[in-house]
Write a new protein. Sequence first.
Length: 469
Amino acid sequence: MEKLEETHMQQKRGRRLVLIPLPFQGHINPMFQLANILHSRGFSITIIHTHFNSPNPSNYPHFTFEPIADGLSGSEAETTDLVALVATLNINCVTPLRDCLARLLSNNSEEPISCIISDAGFHFTQSVADSLKLPRMVLRTGCVLTFVAFAAYPLLLQKGYLPIQVAHYHLPCINFQDSRLEEPVPELAPLKVKDIPVSNTRDPEILYQLVASVIKETKSCSGLIWNSFEDLEESALTTIRKQYPAPIFPIGPLHKCSPASTSSWLIEDQTCLAWLDTQAPRSVIYVSFGSIASMDETEFVETAWGLVNSMQPFLWVVRPGSIRGSKWIEQLPDGFLEKIKGRGHIVKWAPQQEVLAHPAVGGFWSHCGWNSTLESICEGVPMLCRPWFGDQMMNARYICDDWRVGVQMENGLKRGEIERAIRRLMVEREGEELRERIITLEEKMEICLKKGGSSYECLGNLVSYILSF
Ligand code: UDX
């Protein structure tokens, strides 16, 4: 085995990989974790990135960075319609990427490019790679089941499930009454109609087109890398292996095999770690809704009272701009900060992985983004789930109904609901059972990453595969 690794190191000298992340925090993080892992296996790394949400090269002096024009206007870059934004980037970046890669290929006689590794959401990279005769591998940063659901869009449309779910997003007050939202989707067990991954967009057709292109171009790729592991998503991986001709590499959780580094755009507030040191073991509920989700003033105030009334210590990340209509926490009720002194701590952005690993943290109230979900599993912290959009609803269903390591808040953000849910998670016997199960899952994850484990072996296969190009 060691001999084989040594041979790999020799073969790899001069091998360059070009990685192309989708420019959102939840996609940048796993792509950079993958870059670090492959760099530690001897590959040179070039990151091609848009100007929009560009990464900070000084955090990664061991990589080369190549910015490309993304052609976004000011209003396009500021939109909250992420589906339309991703669709636009897939059009605007074609020529800049082709020019950039052509230049790198002509410069790069000593370090030939083995392949590109693109986020699945950048489907346009397949035709660019084909035109330059470069193999294209794909990193899918979300769970495997989302991809199974995306591939089932035509069927879901035909059965009438998808328009209901999309309408639910556009007109939540009216369509919440639609009883079909609670119907199970037998083709995608354990999902209900309301869990089907969709995002709010001005025109659902753009979403359907985008998903169709992502699936089509992923079917043409040379290999598919997943930030997941066999024991977590065995059944979805079996389905995927039947649907995609290319080799499949579930090598996650990536953050556990990647050397520590930060790809955060926001500054991590380290003071919260010292605050956690003052709290009793497993007493604190950590609250964070990721890098995109936002709420209105009413939801914010209800959340604040729910946290206070639960009587549990809490660490709450309120991202600047995430409360619609305010800069940060100005809309907190008068006297709130005084009231929570010592028991509650609010920060703009936290070192999340360190927070989840801290012994004082006993629960994670999460929006169920895939990175947060994996990070919670890896630290054995049970979850309170309140998904917002996209893959988050199906991640929450997995967490609560399949792995049974979390509880879901399904009736909106109301202080009474929040208080009850926090106490279920943090104080009651149910929470203990969730913790026991998530610790078992964490142990399975650790086995996957050890020599002989599925993710470990898959990573070795991935390296050999890339060397075969
Ligand atoms: C987005 C989507 O919303 C998510 O559903 C999808 O799976 C990936 O893309 P995001 O909403 O940001 O991501 O959530 P998530 O996937 O959980 O990623 C957030 C990342 O930011 C995590 O790696 C987390 O550790 C990090 N984070 C979050 C911090 O470092 N500090 C914080 O305070 C909050």
